[in-house]
Design a protein around this ligand. Sequence first.
Ligand SMILES: [Ca+2]
Ligand SMILES: [Ca+2]
Ligand SMILES: [Ca+2]
Ligand SMILES: [Ca+2]
Length: 284
Amino acid sequence: MRNIIKTMSITNSTITKHFSAKMLKRLISSKRTKAEDAWDKIDRDNDGFVNMSELKAWIQYTQRRYIDDDVNRQWKTHNTNNTEKVHWDTYRKNVYGFLDELAAQEPDHPSDEHFSYRTMMKRDRRRWSIADRDGDDELTREEFTDFLHPEESNHMRDVVVTETIEDIDKDSDGKVSVEEYIGDMYRQGEQNEEEPDWVKHERETFTNFRDKNKDGFMDNQEVKDWITPADFDHAEAEARHLIYEADSDADEKLTKDEIIEKYDLFVGSQATDFGEALTRHDEF
Ligand SMILES: [Ca+2]
Ligand SMILES: [Ca+2]
Ligand SMILES: [Ca+2]
Ligand SMILES: [Ca+2]
């Protein structure tokens, strides 16, 4: 969840990767046919370059596919009788049923782990209720999609904002201070170690842009403006970012070589969801 939110806000380290290692290997591979197949999927007009709109279309496609796959998989897991809807009780039992046993074992002093699962369950419960548009406590596949991927749905915006604040708001006063904002993206290293420039820059961003009413905190609305700006196009921002970083001759389009040059940028070292989704398929 945090990853996705961060992706939406395009913070420094969490740009999602839409290219799997396998795919890039094929681009480099001597097996020309497969490499060309792979490239052709992105370079739709076959001019030998990937431009902004081709890259954006590709990012949208991989993102859509990732979500569809994820929903398919989880829907099957939680809807074993293949019915039209899944009830909260069923979901709760599948995911958090073990808590009942735990609670019986440690009635007086719940462990930290137990406690954090309880917190997760409460969060799921709240999100479930909001995704459940007709209020029957059962989710259709469509409602379940909103539950799993709230960042994709306007209807879920507010709960995404609430969850984001809860994650960052360490002192639980309901708002985000500059230290909490920085703490979410950067851990102080050694004592007296100077902060990197990008952290200083983020502090200024907080003061000058995020905290619009200048009271020293981000409130609900300010967090909302931050993570889901009104006209923000995630796929476009990401395509722009990738082209900006990889376009060494600055012609605003990428060649195969330019992408291969920036291998690390396109293929995450961390196993991001997108990378995984791509690797699972044999298309690339
Ligand atoms: Ca092209
Ligand atoms: Ca429902
Ligand atoms: Ca706070
Ligand atoms: Ca403020």
